[in-house]
Design a protein around this ligand. Structure first.
Ligand SMILES: Nc1ncnc2c1ncn2[C@@H]1O[C@H](COP(=O)(O)OP(=O)(O)OP(=O)(O)O)[C@@H](O)[C@H]1O
Length: 230
């Protein structure tokens, strides 16, 4: 596959993005004024301590929560202006999620967990190919309870990429794993980023993840800033 340096187009642009949670009298300004541009095919890490606003930002990018103020563009479309159907289509076709605790369905085996996701889109990758790609070619019939944490996370990655999403959003994907297994999962995400040329965004509080990133954005108290990597 071509790994040459080509000019990349912006895939996500945030302008003056704000998110305030209101609960009775209490207002929590989770995102204060967030601006960024993320380009097609980048591997971006968003790093920040607990409570800094990482999951809030991921939920907005993933179309899972509403924006309080500002703009968030996917290509030339303002996610903020999507109606319910457009949001569903965006979540289904554009975004693939990987969560800290895998979120696999325990009553389905590996193949079935991935197949269920494949059925959401018109042109998925073959399930067998994807399980092979994440190193689980031999484990199709195993259930989540028969797999280690790292293997379950591989299934979760397969479930996300089988849809061929433009954006792979990973929320603390190594948070429940030991150091060696974390490294393997991050190497897998890096390989997927390069081979499928999809944009990968990983949020974490662990800066050892930086070695895998093209770029790092840091977030603190709902304010985002940019730090170069490498
Ligand atoms: N649904 C909600 N209602 C009210 N406040 C919320 C809600 N979700 C998050 N918050 C608050 O918004 C702020 C940012 O939270 P967020 O979960 O985005 O941080 P985080 O960086 O992902 O933290 P962690 O690493 O601990 O998961 C925190 O002060 C949190 O308490």
């Amino acid at each position: 596959m071509d790994s040459g340096q080509t000019k990349r187009d912006p895939v996500l642009v945030a302008r003056n993005l704000k998110k305030t949670y209101v609960s009775g009298e209490v207002r929590t300004r989770a995102l204060r004024d967030v601006n960024f541009t993320i380009y097609e095919g980048e591997f971006v890490v968003i790093l920040g301590p607990s409570g800094s606003g990482k999951s809030t930002l991921m939920n907005l990018i993933g179309g899972m929560d509403s924006i309080t103020e500002g703009e968030l563009f996917y290509k030339d479309q303002d996610i903020h202006k999507f109606n319910r159907r457009e949001l569903t289509r965006y979540r289904r076709n554009v975004v693939g999620f990987v969560f800290q605790f895998y979120n696999l369905l325990p009553s389905l085996n590996c193949y079935e967990n991935v197949k269920l996701s494949a059925e959401l889109v018109r042109k998925p990758l073959p399930v067998e190919e994807v399980l092979e790609k994440v190193g689980l070619g031999e484990r199709h019939r195993h259930f989540p309870s028969q797999l280690s944490g790292g293997e379950q996370q591989r299934v979760a990655v397969a479930r996300a990429i089988v849809k061929v999403p433009e954006l792979l959003l990973c929320d603390e994907p190594t948070g429940a794993l030991d150091t060696d297994t974390s490294q393997q999962i991050l190497e897998l995400l890096q390989r997927i980023n390069k081979e499928y040329r999809k944009t990968v965004i990983v949020i974490s509080h662990d800066d050892t993840i930086l070695q895998y990133a093209d770029r790092c954005l840091t977030i603190r108290d709902g304010v985002l800033s940019e730090e170069g990597v490498g």
